[in-house]
Design a protein around this ligand. Structure first.
Ligand code: 13P
Ligand code: SF4
Length: 370
């Protein structure tokens, strides 16, 4: 298995097309030709955080849940080129049968949040948590994690969630046991549980970098929700100072954020939801509406361009860019198409059967709830 998170300076797995070899225009011309030849054999999926020139090449765009569902429903395609990050391609692989291959155009497109929890850490935490309380703990993982963690959740009868179904999944989780372990994103967990009526004092944070996660057995016994310490480095860029700034400067501007933002930001904003929620809300707004959006900058800029009758800016004056999503480029897509044409496996994401077995159980649980 390739360690995509290992040496980021390595060029070993970089696609072979260099910027010197082909201009952007040549890349697009060859892409159009090769796509016409391959027809329905290949479907390109694109997450909303992709750059505009990649989104323009996507057959389907969506948030994490929509893309997972789409991948699982494709019948004709033999190849899915996933323009997103590694955990999304893994999810697509697990939701499709073995006749389909899922390709990530640049293997370095990981997710820093997903890297904040690994299977060994979760196993250690689970042992400590379950030995510290007699209460039944239900594990819920945000889809932004490796397949190994999804598998852990399946093995322990929990569920996966995305930002668009977190409320439903957490409500289900609370009906299955007395406590929740939510990982890896503390913010999505806290924001959603609070919305569902769980007070902040009933939530504790488990930090794997500290002995016993920094928690005593008494704290664990008292808590309703144990949140993993993880966070998104992109959404971490939005702060309560930004909320205050907009409230003072332009009180009539609607502040809309992604629930990966911290508690103060989410509470201070007018609205919070997944990338598709943000898009749909803005799309439906009457002319002249003003928005400050707390999510990844490629999406914010695209919305501003798409809806010139609205006034759309980023919540932060600084660029909140997902640098790993940003690694996917049309020329890497071209290399993926060329490899398919040559009949070569390039950057194919394959999760082993043992991991898939339980991860799929957790994914199916999520799809049943959603
Ligand atoms: P959604 O598109 O599901 O809102 O997720 C955002 C995200 O951070 C994906 O990594
Ligand atoms: Fe991961 Fe954050 Fe990028 Fe989403 S925006 S892929 S959570 S680093």
């Amino acid at each position: 298995m390739i360690d995509i998170y290992g040496d980021l300076e390595s060029t070993e797995h970089l696609p072979k097309v260099t910027e010197e070899e082909l201009s952007d225009e040549q890349v697009n011309t060859e892409l159009a030709k090769i796509r016409a030849e391959l027809g329905n054999k290949v479907v390109v999926l694109g997450h909303h955080y992709q750059q505009d020139d990649v989104i323009a090449l996507a057959d389907v765009t969506g948030d994490s849940l929509e893309l997972a569902k789409k991948a699982g429903s494709l019948t004709e395609a033999e190849y899915i080129i996933f323009c997103g990050v590694h955990f999304m391609a893994e999810t697509a692989d697990m939701l499709t049968d073995d006749s389909k291959k899922v390709i990530l155009p640049d293997l370095r497109a990981g997710c820093s949040m997903a890297d904040m929890a690994n299977r060994r850490e979760i196993d250690v935490a689970w042992k400590y948590l379950t030995e510290s309380t007699k209460d039944k703990i239900v594990p819920i993982t945000y889809i932004n994690c490796s397949a190994a963690l999804k598998s852990f959740v399946g093995e322990n009868n929990g569920s996966i969630c995305t930002s668009s179904n977190a409320e439903k999944v957490i409500t289900w989780g609370l009906s299955q046991g007395e406590k929740l372990l939510f990982f890896p994103d503390q913010h999505l967990g806290r924001n959603t549980c609070f919305k569902l009526g769980i007070p902040l004092e009933d939530m504790v944070v488990y930090d794997p970098r500290q002995r016993f996660g920094g928690l005593t057995p008494e704290q664990i016994q008292k808590a309703k929700v144990i949140l993993w310490y993880g966070f998104c480095s992109v959404h971490q860029g939005f702060t309560k100072e930004h909320i205050t700034m907009w409230r003072q400067k332009e009180p009539d501007r609607t502040l809309i954020v992604h629930p990966e933002c911290n508690f103060e930001v989410t509470q201070g904003a007018d609205l919070a939801g997944s990338t598709s929620y943000i898009i749909n809300h803005i799309k439906a707004a009457p002319a002249g509406s003003k928005f400050a959006v707390g999510t990844e900058i490629n999406l914010v800029n695209r919305l501003a361009k798409q809806y010139p009758h609205l006034d759309i800016v980023s919540l932060s004056p600084y660029q909140c860019l997902c640098t790993t999503m940003y690694r996917i480029r049309p020329r890497w897509l071209l290399e993926s198409f060329r490899a398919i044409k040559r009949g070569e496996d390039l950057n194919v994401i394959k999760v082993d059967a043992e991991t898939t077995k339980y991860a799929l159980k957790a994914l199916e649980q999520m799809l049943k709830i959603s």
